[in-house]
Design a protein around this ligand. Structure first.
Ligand code: F6P
Length: 514
């Protein structure tokens, strides 16, 4: 398939970019008094307003034509049908199937039985006592999704066993995660699709030693695993009936809905986990059935493509005005940047346009007092997603009014600015794009829907750019180099010139020579 940039749809947008670049957003609102409601999608309980994006109705029509030219809707249909959409790994992308309510298979029943057993005390630890805590070990997609959910629902849903997560191998992460935990009543969940990830292996071994010291030879009775590599999990010493399989076709960053969600199910119960999946499945139904212009994830994808590939924005920010979504940015960084941070197409041709922008963000209002100065007046502008919970999470309506008005004020200030010729430092240029997303109560179902919204946005953007949103070859080189550098730490003579001074400096400091 030729590059998407060779199509008339792309060339048409390039011309439109030149026409619209200098048009103030206020002019676009003046030209269409219904713009705020016209450029929005209302999904009932989830409202997406993209009227502050730098697009005219003509640009929107052209963007829809681009989605069709790339057959992005067809790509989502292929995903749903389980067709091969990940060419470099010759795989399907099966996360939709995993959360489809009709697809709950036998392993799902086994997983549910295990969750219920641990939560009710029927499944006991090596010492015969019920499990009171869970230590979940995993990294990347095997950590970020569950960590987001645990944090988001922790205020409103009582946890059965206390669940802690551990990803890094810096030692501090493990110490903090196990601080005050009694190994005798802790269930260790090792989550790794490959069961080969160095960080997870190192932490799993550390946890096994920690457990052995406490319970002796029966340490594995306090372990279970989630993996697509069931054999390797078995070799580690985990009993077959304690290994929960995940499909090869479910990518790590899309895997929350599979057995990777075990920490969530253990914390809040199967019903909550099922509700998350239901919410995501509802978003799947929308993504698969809505026309491009009414399709929330497709429109978010098209706007990212417009902003990155045509308007030249190199970053995008996500700012949820909701402390419960504090870990959403971490999750989106992996989801979007690992998926679409690519420079060749599925067929291996180099692209001649910008793809995934860098993703960063933080919780509103904290973020307003951190990086918003640059968003308003910096020389590089950044499109922002502003997420607003309609309801006050703690029932404090007056304080919630302050939060909502602040969020809306940011959207308008970024879009329309304020002129001040006499005092340039008080001049706000405006014209800075944002999308405002308002959601009803942050139930498990809504959370599932929101995450799936961004999953589909990511897949649609990848499809439009013609790249593969499901592989991650970019992270492999670093892993290989790390393996070859390891022996050089004790044999610096064999290190390359680029590394010798650094290794020597590390060694001097480790020896305490300086
Ligand atoms: O960062 C690379 C990556 O392969 C991610 O895609 C994945 O989520 C993470 O490492 C962890 O991999 P695994 O689940 O195989 O341990």
């Amino acid at each position: 398939m030729p590059l998407i940039s060779a199509t008339d749809a792309w060339k048409n947008l390039t011309e439109m970019r030149d026409q619209i670049s200098g048009v103030p957003l206020s002019d676009l609102f003046d030209a269409d008094h219904a713009r705020a409601s016209n450029l929005a999608i209302d999904l009932g309980g989830l409202y997406v307003d993209f009227s502050r994006q730098r697009v005219s109705s003509e640009v929107l029509i052209a963007l829809a034509a681009l989605a069709e030219a790339a057959d992005a809707p067809g790509f989502i249909q292929k995903m749903a049908k389980g067709e091969t959409v990940n060419l470099s790994e010759d795989r399907a992308a099966l996360h939709m199937q995993v959360r489809s309510t009709s697809a709950a298979g036998p392993d799902d029943d086994r997983l549910k039985g295990f969750v219920d057993g641990v939560r009710t005390g029927g499944t006991v630890s090596a010492s015969g006592a019920p499990f009171t805590s869970v230590l979940a070990i995993g990294i990347g997609g095997s950590e970020l999704g569950p960590a987001l959910i645990l944090d988001a629902l922790g205020d409103t849903h009582e946890s059965g066993p206390e669940v802690r997560m551990c990803a890094n191998i810096d030692g501090t992460a493990f110490r903090r995660a196990t601080d005050d935990l009694d190994p005798e009543t802790t269930l260790v969940v090792v989550i790794s699709k490959s069961f080969r990830t160095m960080e997870t292996q190192a932490n799993a071994e550390r946890a096994a030693t920690w457990m052995q010291t406490a319970v002796g030879d029966d340490w594995a009775k306090n372990f279970c695993a989630v993996s697509a590599n069931v054999e390797e999990a078995g070799k580690f010493g985990i009993a077959e009936d304690r290994v929960f399989a995940m499909l090869e076709g479910v990518g790590g960053r899309y895997s929350l809905w599979s057995a990777v969600g075990l920490p969530v199910a253990l914390a809040f119960g199967w019903e909550v986990f099922a509700a998350l999946r239901t919410g995501a499945a509802e978003m799947d139904a929308h993504a698969l059935s809505a026309a491009v212009r009414e399709n929330a994830p497709m429109m978010l994808a098209l706007l990212t493509v417009w902003n990155a590939s045509f308007m030249g924005y190199q970053a995008e920010a996500c700012v949820p005005y909701d402390t419960r979504l504090g870990k959403l940015v971490d999750h989106l960084q992996q989801l979007e940047m690992e998926s679409n941070g690519k420079r060749v197409t599925q067929e291996g041709y180099p692209v001649d346009y910008a793809t995934q922008p860098a993703v960063f963000g933080g919780i509103g209002l904290n973020a307003q007092h951190a990086f918003f100065q640059q968003l308003h007046q910096g020389t590089t502008a950044v499109p922002v997603d502003i997420l607003i919970p309609a309801r006050a999470p703690t029932g404090d309506e007056a304080q919630h009014d302050l939060l909502i008005s602040s969020a809306l004020a940011q959207a308008d200030a970024l879009a329309f600015g304020r002129e001040n010729i006499e005092a340039p430092h008080r001049h706000y240029p405006g014209g800075r794009p944002s999308t405002v997303i308002v959601y009803d109560a942050l139930t498990p179902k809504m959370l599932g829907k929101l995450i799936a919204l961004y999953e589909h946005k990511t897949a649609c953007a990848g499809a439009i750019w013609g790249i593969n949103p499901f592989d991650q070859w970019g992270v492999e080189l670093g892993k290989q180099l790390s393996d070859s550098i390891l022996p050089m730490l004790s044999d610096v003579d064999n290190a390359p010139a680029s590394l010798t001074p650094l290794i020597q400096a590390v060694n001097r400091m480790r020896r305490g020579d300086e």
